[in-house]
Design a protein around this ligand. Structure first.
Ligand SMILES: [Zn+2]
Length: 81
């Protein structure tokens, strides 16, 4: 299911997918979708676009990813950038 390119996180080495948000910001998400994920991915050319899905539309979906900012054990390093 994950046919998006992954790269190891610079901090924790977990595989992440680098995406571009609808605000044109680069955001890494966990490579594996989870049932408590919040981010929908779509391929757009060479980019992967990410969009946060509203809570009411998330129910029952298993294709959503977690922002790696929230799951990375090194999250503090991220936030300081
Ligand atoms: Zn990480």
């Amino acid at each position: 299911m994950t046919d998006y390119p992954t790269t190891p996180c610079a901090s924790c080495k977990q595989p992440v997918i680098w995406t571009v948000t609808d605000k044109s910001k680069r955001m890494p998400v966990d490579a594996q979708p989870t049932s408590d994920g919040t981010v929908a991915l779509t391929a757009a050319g060479s980019q992967v676009r990410s969009r946060v899905v509203e809570a009411k539309f998330r129910f029952g979906r298993k294709d959503l990813h977690k922002a790696h900012f929230s799951s990375c054990p090194q999250a503090n390093t991220w936030r300081r950038r």
